[in-house]
Design a binder for this molecule. Sequence first.
Ligand code: PLP
Length: 428
Amino acid sequence: MLYKRSSQLFAEAEKVIPGGVNSPVRAFKAVGGTPIFVKSAKGAYLYDEDGNKLIDYINSWGPMVLGHAYQPVVDAVIEKAKLGTSFGMPTELETEIAALAVSMVPNIDKIRFVNSGTEACMSAIRLARGFTKRDKIIKFAGCYHGHSDSFLIQAGSGAVTFGSPNSPGVTQGTAKDTLLAKYNDLENVKTLVEANKGEIAAIIIEAVAGNMGCIVPKEGFLQGLRDLCTENGILLIFDEVMTGFRLARGGVQELYGIDADIVTFGKVIGGGLPVGAFAAREEIMNYLAPLGPVYQAGTLSGNPLAMAAGLAMLKALDSDREIFTRLEEKTAYLEAGIHRVLKANNVVFTINRVGSMISVHFDADPVTDFQTAAKGDNETFKKFFHGLLQEGVYIAPSAYETWFITDALTYEDLDFTINAIDKVSKTF
Ligand code: PLP
C-alpha cells in the first residue's frame, strides 16, 4: 500500500501543528514512519487519503463500538444540528441521556456531562477531594486518566509511549499529592494507605486497564481495593472512560459486581463526539456546584450535538442486549486465531483480553502491570505494526495500547486479520 498523499499532508501539518498531530498518540513516533490521514470511515473500515481501505482496530481509541458512521448516531447529529449547535442553556435532551445512563450503570444516581475523559477524571478527583476534605490521591503506574496535572505521574498510553510519563510542567506541589501504586498489588496499596492514614481522598483506577496494553485485574484485587476504601473513608473511582458501555452495559461495576463511589466516562458515551461524564450516588454528586461547594463548569458541556450522538449510542446499546455477547464472541475468535498463528510461527507472545479489549505483547511472561508491560519486545512490535499496515489492518502505533473491537467487524474481517498476522509473523 502507498501512503504518498498521507506523507505529504503530514509534512504540511507539521508546519502549523506541533508534531503534525492534535494528540500525540496519533503520531507514529514509537514505530517510525508518518501517520495515515483519514478521509472517511464506515462500519469496521477506514478509507485514507491515498485511497487505501483499512480494517480498523483502534476505532477512534474506543468510542466506535458499533462501527464508524453508525447510522442512528449520524442521523441524530444531523437532525439536531439543524436546530442550533449550542445554547449554553438547559435542554430536555440532557435529562434524557442522563436518565438513560443512570438506568444502565449500577450504583449511580446522578451524572454530569463534560467534554472529554480528561475533564471527567479531573472533575471526579476535585469532587472526591471536596467531599472527603483530603488532598492526596492514589493512582496506578501505567494507568492513564487524561492529561490533567494530577495524573501525569507515571501515566500510561501516549505519555509513556513518548517517554514522558512524568511531564515537565506538572509542579512538585501537584505531584506530591499523587501517590503511585503498582497495579494488581493490593499489599502495595495497603502500605501506601497505612503510611498516609486519613489523608487519602480517592483511589482512581482503570478497573480493567487499557493504557499499558490490556491488563486484567487479578482475582480479588478490585474487591480488595473496595474493602480498603470502605475501611479508610477513601472514595474508589473507577475510570471507565475506556470500559464504560463497552465491557458491559453497566461497565466494570456490572462485569465484576463491584461498586465504585465515583465513575468516569468518555469515548462510547459520546458516540464519537467530544463527551465525558462523571457520576456517583446523590450524596456525592450534590457536592457539586450549583448545589454544593465544589466548582465545575463548561460552556459546551451537554452540547446538543454531542448529547444527541451519545443518546443514540446508548439507546442502541440498551435496546440490543446481544451486542456485548457478540463483542465477546468476536474478540474471543480473534484471540484464538492470533494465538494459533503466532504459536505456529514460533513467536514469543502473551495475549491479554477482557471482552472487546485485547492486546498482544511480545513477551513470554504474564503481563500484569506496567513493569511487565514495558518488557515487551518493541522491535518485533514495530515489524508487526508496519507489516499489518501493509496488509490493510490498522492497529495502534504503540505497544502500550489496547485494540478496540467493534460489532461492525464480520467474521470475514477477523479471518482476514488472522491471515494477515500469520503472514506478517512469518517475517519476524
Ligand atoms: N481515562 C482513560 C482510561 C482513557 O483511556 C483516556 C483516554 O484515552 C482518558 C481517561 C482521557 O480521555 P480523553 O482523551 O477523552 O480526554
